[in-house]
Design a protein around this ligand. Structure first.
Ligand code: TRP
Length: 431
């Protein structure tokens, strides 16, 4: 559940619908599902396996595999740590917006309209203040240790989020215009399948399943030896993909309903106008049409989303913190404040230079670093790890696996197909 909590977050509700809408809808959905199944899921198994084998922080877990080149393993671990930190620094900004949207309706009801307007309008001060609040929440949870608290939170709140989604989806289809969104979402137009779409879909799949930067290696280290890793990974991937699919089913129709209600969503050339805050225009416009119920449902939705973002952000901060704690012998409190503080400062710098830095950092980390690091872990698992040791690790908790198809395919698949396919998609992106 903690790993599912890490996977389900802004990537599902903000990243996936935005990317789907700007890449032509159904074509993106189809390629995304293929990428999740063919590349992200096998890599999720790989990362959880590395972590469970190492039973330690991501850097140490990598060293437990590349025992002959500890410096090399540490080097890649450090790159993952820096990438996780950068990811978190831009993630906190968007998560901060969620805080703004969850608090705004209350201020509006209290008649404090300028506060509620400030909370939901793009601006440097708002972006900084809310990002700092979200960072402090993340620091607070990580400082107190990830393993116990979060699992409880995730188990209780995730079902609530599902129910709310179902209510909102049912509602949106009572509105005019929703069917156009549904058509865009579900009827594929193959002419949209281009190289940039493939790159976006792979990046999105890796982002959504929290791959590449060591989050899942860290969470794998908490798994007991009797846990069936392929099954756990399949459950995490299924929950995560289900939530993303549901978010698309809500937001694409909601886009067209908003358009019908006069919100500008597309420009004259038919392109989406603003992508990074698309969801933040479309959803509030939907809650507005619900009257009084919209205030309650809107607040509940954004509060649950803040928590979903929090169960993701802690898995990012956990990577550098657990490494610093073990490798530099710091206390957990000190490591969390120091690294969390540095990341918060980075968030502030990005907020204050939003136009120049936000997309740059987001693209650099998600489109380039995540898949590349994924390819590196595939090489760790497929080429560096002694095959018998790898198979023994997978077999624990799953003694019958030797009879199954997974066993016959996965080891060579991670060895050959994963690294080559990831690097090919990556080359697409730079050519
Ligand atoms: N997967 C999370 C989301 O969809 C974000 C996230 C958490 C993440 N840990 C990660 C993304 C590690 C990339 C790498 O919102």
């Amino acid at each position: 559940m903690a790993a599912a909590g890490s996977a389900v977050g802004l990537g599902n509700v903000w990243g996936f619908p935005t990317k789907t809408a700007s890449n032509g809808g159904a074509a993106f959905l189809v390629i995304y599902l293929i990428m999740v199944f063919l590349l992200a899921f096998p890599m999720l198994v790989a990362e959880l396996t590395i972590g469970r084998h190492g039973q330690s922080n991501p850097v140490a877990s990598l060293r437990s595999i590349w025992t002959r080149n500890r410096v090399g393993a540490t080097f890649f671990g450090l790159i993952a740590m820096v990438t996780a930190s950068l990811l978190l620094s831009f993630y906190s900004i968007i998560a901060g917006w969620l805080i703004g949207f969850s608090a705004a309706p209350t201020f509006e009801v209290l008649g404090m309209n300028n506060v509620s307007d400030w909370l939901v309008s793009f601006g440097d001060t708002r972006n900084v203040v809310l990002a700092v609040i979200f960072s402090l929440l993340t620091i607070y949870v990580v400082k107190n240790g990830v393993a116990d608290g979060i699992e409880k939170w995730s188990t209780r709140l995730m079902p609530m989020l599902f129910v709310l989604f179902a209510v909102m989806i049912a509602y949106i289809f009572t509105q005019d215009g929703a069917i156009d969104g549904l058509k865009m979402y579900l009827i594929p137009d193959v002419s949209h399948i281009t190289a940039p779409l493939l790159v976006d879909a792979l990046g999105q799949a890796f982002f959504s399943l929290s791959l590449g930067v060591g989050s899942m290696i860290a969470y794998g280290s908490y798994l007991k030896k009797d846990v069936n890793i392929p099954k756990t990974a399949a459950q995490v991937a299924a929950i995560d993909t289900g939530v993303a699919f549901g978010a698309g089913l809500l937001i694409l129709p909601a886009m067209f309903v908003a358009k019908h209600n006069g919100v500008q969503i597309f420009n004259d050339a038919g392109e989406l106008i603003s992508s990074s805050d698309l969801v933040f225009q479309v959803l509030p416009s939907m809650f507005d049409t619900m009257g009084g119920a919209g205030i309650i449902i809107g607040t509940a939705f954004f509060v649950l989303m803040v928590i979903a973002a929090l169960t993701s952000s802690i898995s990012l901060l956990e990577v550098p913190v657990s490494c610093a704690q073990d490798e530099l012998n710091m206390t957990r409190g000190k490591a969390t404040w120091l690294i969390g503080g540095l990341i918060t400062v980075t968030s502030i710098i990005i907020s204050l230079n939003f136009g120049a830095l936000f997309n740059f950092v987001a693209t650099f980390t998600t489109v380039y670093m995540q898949p590349l690091l994924g390819a590196v872990w595939a090489v760790f698992v497929g080429w560096i790890w002694h095959r018998n040791n790898l198979l023994n690790e997978i077999k624990q908790g799953n003694p019958d696996i030797e009879q199954g198809l997974f066993w016959k395919i996965w080891p060579w698949y991670v060895r050959l197909v994963c690294p080559i396919a990831i690097v090919m998609v990556f080359l697409f992106s730079i050519l």
